[in-house]
Design a protein around this ligand. Sequence first.
Ligand code: AGP
Length: 637
Amino acid sequence: MCGIVGYIGMREASGVLLQGLQRLEYRGYDSAGIAVLAGDGVRCDVLGGMCEEKKKSEGGRLRVVKQKGNVASLAEAIVRSNGHISGATLGIGHTRWATHGDPSDRNAHPHMNASGDIALIHNGIIENHAALRVELGNHGYSFTSDTDSEVLVHLIDHLWKQIPFLDFESAVRQALSIIDGAYGICVISSREPETMIVARKGSPLVIGIGDGEYFVASDAAPLVEYTRQVVYLEDDELAVVKRDGYTVKSIDNIEQEKALTELDFELGEIEKGGYEHFMLKEIFEQPEVMQDVMRGRVRLEEGRIQLGGIADHLDELRAAKRIVICACGTSWHAGLIGEYLIEEFANIPVEVDYASEFRYRNPIIGPGDVMLVISQSGETADTLAALQLAREKGATVIGICNVVGSTIARQTDFGIYTHAGPEIGVASTKAFSAQVIVLTMLALALSKDRTMSDDEVIEALQSLNDLPDQVSRILEHSEQILEIAEHYKDARNFLYLGRGYNFPVALEGALKLKEISYIHAEGYPAAEMKHGPIALIDEEMPVVVIATKTKDETYKKVLSNIQEVRSRKGRVIAIATEGDEEIEALAEHVIYVPEGAQFIMPLLTVIPLQLLSYYIAKMRKCDVDRPRNLAKSVTVE
Ligand code: AGP
């Protein structure tokens, strides 16, 4: 799950590539590099500026700067290289998330062939790299890195040299037909100085169509400041991009008609907007995002939900024998809440599976079953594989995705976009809330004329409508949560407890803290505590208990759980309903959220947990937007 960019045009390539890598850094940031074709006869006057002169290229030399570390340090290295890679208008760039070979200068991309006239960047995993390494070694090739990716540049070189009259494109195509695994690649060569070849299988790639210039990237973020016209590559497609145009072909050389897509987000949406971190910005964006998710879909005056993406399939969904929800990480937590919602509102049996487990067990699924996959990025490899398996077995597959045009969105039968806008912070926040709102709207749409009366539906729609204001009210108390965080920033462990709809929120709160502050944290159903985790509790253990008031008995049960924690000297932070004074006597700290229907609680109680983890991570000086060892979209298994 690396970030790759490519450029061919009239601008100074290194400027465009660096900017692009900065925008893709959330995909991986342990090493980075750029390769350009310098001296290609097309000179540039200023960094990133348009060129004043254009002449048919007589070749040029590939120049590379790459190293361990993030994109900012690569930019410094480029400055120190005293124009080593300036004056070029064709180039490729990569920011890495290591899979094979540790983060280091030599494992950084781009990888070159021995004669230094081919440069390649790769996002994905080449599964048969070990065998190819041996084979190429037998042909005298030696390797400078431990990566799987490097075999591909040598394989292209080998085929290009071995097979007479083979051109650059065919050499790349041949090589791709030999490797197994996933790839998004960009390749350039000084032997074909006017050409950039890109291809994808399992890893995302999009081409930006400019005026006499072309951009390539893992997603649209680096492109929006230059063009809004893009072409998404499908699996097993290869594109040859030249200064005067591009062609897309299938891997077996059949030309493809590709539709142009207009990007629907602004540059501003992928900038920090005055916040210190993208994560904080995205937490505070949630009231607006919630309105965007519901706009035109929650029709209170008509007492109904309108979801265009599934409107023609509602009867099929209502008739489903069962709905199997598959996802990973935070999206899986949203799926758990979806189970509660769909079973309560629509009375359809729901199962929730980790996509990575679903794909390798012998899942019983088939015609009449519906698989619902949830993914913010729409590129998560395990979720993609789970949906492909379900399709093979004849199930209907619907998706809930945030990234428009993403692979999962395109491979499902139909689905619903969350419209949360670009989510840059690796720790998902606003996308989670948007997923839960979409699941609520889906459950209500499925319930109509089936299990809920019109009045009940209208009451539920009203609860949704009240959400943005309620969340704004919680965010107004962020200072209080900052003060509470101060008390717990040095904790080594945390326990999160919740019941019913709040159980998945306990899991989500624990995940947020883990992934950005590196504190070990576990979420548990509150009643499960006494079956083991209670052994962990002592005066060192902060226990976050989601204890919002409920109409049923569970609130009282949660209060008993709090008593059990206190009797072991655990430090209780309670998330409670405004006006609940009883709980103040039981907890060391109380964070209040507005009163609301039980099904709406996850969308209120998760907000303080997002902020708590953010402030603790910030106090511990963690890189909140680029947490160690993580990446925004996990495109490898
Ligand atoms: C959440 O904060 C993490 N970034 C991670 O668990 C994420 O939810 C998971 O990788 C799934 O990603 P997706 O929603 O893009 O499929």
